[in-house]
Design a protein around this ligand. Structure first.
Ligand SMILES: [Zn+2]
Ligand SMILES: [Zn+2]
Length: 191
């Protein structure tokens, strides 16, 4: 039986796991916003050579914070941007979610080359990549998100999430970047 996948922030204060049996899609996202997030956190070592962010798209119910959860912080690049979660202790990127928990979705951010998630099967938003990358696997990623969410929504345990409270609000208040802060962290090829 495969083991749970244990991850930690770079300073070691925060630990979290992704359940072993949870299906997901291993994606590399090259979009300017993912790059901006990592650059703002000064976590450029979480980007690959082409500016890609490695993401394991799965269900929030598979994610459990096991240590240092009080360090969890939340950032939005703009008032309507994705919820981008990170470790406040050391600026390690952790995850992306939508703004509300209605759609059971999380993109768990992986340091490039993290073992235990199989090969990258989707290369998305390659237009903002810093080197030429071929787009691939988009339909597979979209179908994966929808199929997992549909199944998960049928049960209370499937809808569980560590990122939102029972009141459907995020467990920590988001910090929203100013335009100046966002522009300062934009990657070279941002459109
Ligand atoms: Zn840390
Ligand atoms: Zn992205």
């Amino acid at each position: 039986m495969p083991a749970d996948r244990n991850l930690a922030c770079r300073c070691g204060a925060m630990h979290w796991t992704i359940a072993a049996d949870t299906p997901g899609t291993h994606v590399e996202c090259y979009c300017a916003d993912c790059q901006t997030f990592a650059r703002h956190l000064k976590a450029v070592d979480w980007l690959d050579a082409a500016g890609g962010t490695e993401i394991f798209q799965t269900l929030p119910s598979a994610v459990r914070f096991t240590e240092g959860e009080d360090n969890l912080r939340l950032l939005r690049l703009s008032p309507k941007g994705l919820m981008r979660w990170y470790a406040g202790c050391c600026g390690t990127p952790i995850a992306n979610t939508l703004a509300t928990p209605g759609m059971p979705f999380v993109g768990m951010i992986l340091k490039p080359g993290t073992p235990g998630f199989g090969p990258v099967v989707t290369h998305a938003n390659v237009g903002a990549a810093l080197k030429p990358v071929r787009q691939s696997g988009i339909a597979r990623a979209v179908f994966g998100v929808l199929a997992r969410a549909l199944r998960a929504k049928l049960t209370a345990s499937g809808r569980a999430t560590p990122f939102f409270g029972a009141d459907r609000a995020p467990v920590v208040a988001p910090e929203i970047l100013t335009l100046a802060e966002r522009d300062a962290a934009r990657p070279p090829k941002a459109g």
